[in-house]
Design a protein around this ligand. Structure first.
Ligand code: THU
Length: 151
C-alpha cells in the first residue's frame, strides 16, 4: 500500500473521530470517504439513548456525501479510524450501505497506535446483494389505494 497517498484521508478520519458523540459506548469512530474528484467527506458515529438509533461513522460520511450531490459510483477510497488494538472493521450494515454507493471500495483501517491495513470491500462483503438482483421482471403496477379500497 502507498501509505503516503492515504495521509490526508487518515488525518481526516482521525480528526472527525474527535467529534463523535458516543456517550454510551465511549467508542469513537471517524470515517473519511474520498470521491473521484478528490474531495473528502467525513463522518463520525452519533449515538442515541435508544441505542438502536445510533448511526455509524461510515454511514454518516456516505449520507453526507450523497446529500451534497455525490451519487453511487462516485467514491474511491475510505479510511476508518478507531482506538482499538485490533483494527476496527465496518459493521455489517455499513458494509451493505458502502457497497450500494461505493462498490468495491478500497478501505483502510487505522488505529491510534498508527497501525493500518487495507482491504477491498468485496473481501469484507463477499457475495453482496445489490440492485442487479432486482432487475428481473417488473412487478405489477398497482395504483395507490383509494379511501374506499383502504377501508
Ligand atoms: N461504530 C462505528 O461508528 N463504526 C464501526 O465501524 C463500528 C461501530 C460505532 C457505533 C457505535 O456508536 C459504537 O461504534 C459502538 O458500536
Amino acid at each position: 500500500m502507498d501509505h503516503a497517498s492515504w495521509q490526508d484521508l487518515i488525518q481526516a478520519a482521525l480528526a472527525v473521530r474527535q467529534k463523535a458523540q458516543a456517550p454510551y459506548s465511549k467508542f469513537f469512530v471517524g470515517a473519511a470517504l474520498e470521491d473521484r474528484s478528490g474531495k473528502i467527506h467525513t463522518g463520525c458515529n452519533v449515538e442515541n439513548a435508544t441505542y438502536g438509533l445510533t448511526i455509524c461513522a461510515e454511514r454518516v460520511a456516505v449520507y453526507k456525501a450523497i446529500s451534497e450531490g455525490c451519487r453511487a459510483g462516485d467514491f474511491r477510497r475510505l479510511a476508518i479510524a478507531a482506538d482499538s488494538p485490533e483494527l476496527t472493521p465496518p459493521c455489517g450494515a455499513c458494509r451493505q450501505i458502502l457497497w450500494e454507493f461505493g462498490g468495491d471500495l478500497e478501505i483502510l483501517l487505522v488505529n491510534l497506535a498508527g497501525e493500518s491495513r487495507c482491504y477491498r470491500l468485496s473481501d469484507l462483503l463477499p457475495l453482496a446483494f445489490d440492485a442487479r438482483f432486482l432487475s428481473g421482471p417488473a412487478p405489477p403496477v398497482s395504483s395507490p389505494a383509494t379511501p374506499s379500497q383502504a377501508s
